[in-house]
Design a protein around this ligand. Structure first.
Ligand SMILES: *[C@@H]1O[C@H](CO)[C@@H](O)[C@H](O)[C@H]1NC(C)=O
Ligand SMILES: *[C@@H]1O[C@H](CO)[C@@H](O)[C@H](O)[C@H]1NC(C)=O
Ligand SMILES: *[C@@H]1O[C@H](CO)[C@@H](O)[C@H](O)[C@H]1NC(C)=O
Ligand SMILES: *[C@@H]1O[C@H](CO)[C@@H](O)[C@H](O)[C@H]1NC(C)=O
Ligand SMILES: [Zn+2]
Length: 443
């Protein structure tokens, strides 16, 4: 009979894409391995480390040259499932991989994205948590890693030295990853609310604290990035979709103003990784029924793609010496933006600065060389799938200026700059509230 045969063909995953369900860690590993074999021209699979229980932290890289960085090609990443019981991001990132692999060289947007940037996807940062998770909307079973640690509180914190020196394996893996790649833009996918949250998440009540927000030097860029996601999402921009949520204007919030947290991943990426990261809360229910997954994908797909395109904001290029050789560890500072750690050129002498359109004065500093200041007019890069390319050529300090030295900016140790003892001392009431929030509401 012809009919059942046709029926079988119709329901094969390859004609309809990846099934909308919760794949366990073994299935995710198998799926990613298949993808990397089927699409080996533009994907590359590797593991950045293991979880406490020994599961691989798989990262799929997609791009025209997936195996290595190319000069001028910005590195982008998405990280899902850091809280093991917040599972929508994990599902969406697998769907995104399916969409990107099927669309490359067919869909114009996908093709341009993958030809102009290198995209790293870590569908699950906490596979142990996922495997132990309760299928529950609110509670926290599975949130933590195998050692009971909240990974989004386990990173070094620029505003505090009090969050412990013991780093979990999953966190160490991400920190090492950030050293290997010069990431430019990132998002960390969570659940339990619907909002795009941006740095800072913490403060020590220094000058960054403005009203109830902890404001970074790149606040304008962060607001633009968060809005790019929320306005491209089918409902996030409405701002108050979950039954108990705050009224998030435009569907975005400063992290600290929502609730302060110490040791978070987005502040770490931004302050020390020179990578602008925001935190995306993608569903009121942390572990929704599988029947809701197709709708969640449709709601987020345009936003996930639009956000990736923002990797092309601003300015990029190399710092070269008088011989034209790339200079590593030159600082590239934008006037009016005193970053806690200066943005430095990487081992290729490259820098990337996400900036909104406008005129900027840039100062490049490197020991033994004359400081160089230039003004650059920056257009809107995402439309062109490229930030503005601008190289800086340094000159050696001239002989008559040998008494001068070039003072290079270094990280401002914000945690020591202000009075430590006075920071974040909770009253008994706020401690109790925090505990309840921790159990029930935190995303
Ligand atoms: C990989 O290719 C095989 C053989 O064509 C196919 O059966 C399978 O569905 C593909 N898997 C993925 C994830 O693309
Ligand atoms: C993207 O890169 C591929 C492989 O190098 C090339 O064949 C294709 O023409 C490029 N497409 C666009 C739109 O840049
Ligand atoms: C650049 O700085 C890093 C980190 O401080 C250091 O490990 C590296 O050796 C420096 N490279 C050069 C060429 O100075
Ligand atoms: C930037 O500078 C150019 C001249 O170099 C000027 O025409 C333009 O109006 C300036 N743009 C802004 C936003 O100030
Ligand atoms: Zn979370």
């Amino acid at each position: 009979m012809l009919f059942p045969v046709l029926f079988c063909l119709w329901i094969t995953p390859s004609s309809f894409g990846l099934e909308f369900r919760y794949h366990n860690s073994v299935q995710v590993g198998q799926y990613l391995t298949e993808v990397s074999k089927n699409y080996s021209d533009f994907t590359h699979l590797h593991s950045i480390g293991q979880s406490v229980e020994g599961r691989e932290l798989w990262v799929l890289i997609l791009g025209q040259n997936p195996r290595q960085h190319r000069t001028g090609i910005p590195e982008f990443k998405y990280v899902g499932n850091m809280h093991g019981n917040e599972v929508v991001g994990r599902v969406l990132l697998l769907q995104l991989i399916d969409y990107l692999t099927k669309g490359y060289l067919r869909d114009p947007l996908v093709t341009r994205l993958l030809n102009s940037s290198r995209v790293h996807i870590l569908p699950s940062m906490n596979p142990d948590g996922f495997e132990s998770s309760g299928r529950d909307c609110l509670y926290s079973q599975g949130r933590f890693n195998k050692n009971g640690v909240d990974l989004n509180r386990n990173f070094p914190d620029a505003f505090s030295s009090g969050n412990g020196q013991l780093r979990e394996k999953e966190v160490v893996a991400v920190m090492e990853w950030l050293k290997k790649e010069t990431f430019v833009l990132s998002a960390n996918l969570h659940g339990g609310a619907v909002v795009a949250s941006y740095p800072y998440d913490n403060s020590n009540r220094g000058s960054e604290l403005q009203g109830s927000s902890s404001v970074s030097p790149d606040n304008d860029v962060f607001i633009h990035l968060a809005k790019t996601y929320s306005l491209s999402h089918s409902s996030m921009h409405k701002g108050d979709i979950c039954y108990d949520s705050k009224d998030f204007t435009d569907g975005i919030t400063n992290g600290y103003s929502w609730y302060p947290l110490e040791g978070g991943m987005q502040d770490y990426n931004y302050v020390w990784g020179q990578c602008l990261e925001i935190t995306l809360e993608l569903s009121c229910c942390k572990f929704p029924p599988e029947s809701e997954l197709p709708g969640l994908w449709e709601a987020n797909r345009p936003a996930l793609l639009a956000y990736m395109q923002q990797v092309h904001l601003g300015l990029k290029g190399q710092v070269l010496d008088s011989n034209g050789s790339p200079v590593q560890n030159a600082s590239v500072e934008v006037q009016g933006r005193r970053n806690l750690c200066p943005f430095m050129t990487d081992r290729n002498g490259e820098y990337f600065r996400l900036l909104l359109p406008g005129n900027y004065t840039i100062t490049v500093t490197h020991p033994g060389h004359e400081p160089l200041t230039e003004t650059v007019s920056v257009p809107y890069g995402p439309d062109r799938f490229s930030a503005l390319s601008h190289n800086f050529q340094l000159q050696k300090l001239s002989s008559h200026s040998t008494l001068r030295t070039t003072v290079q900016p270094t990280c401002v140790s914000s945690g020591l700059q202000y009075n430590h003892g006075a920071t974040l001392l909770p009253s008994a009431f706020t401690a109790l509230t925090a505990l309840l929030l921790h159990r029930l509401l935190l995303s």
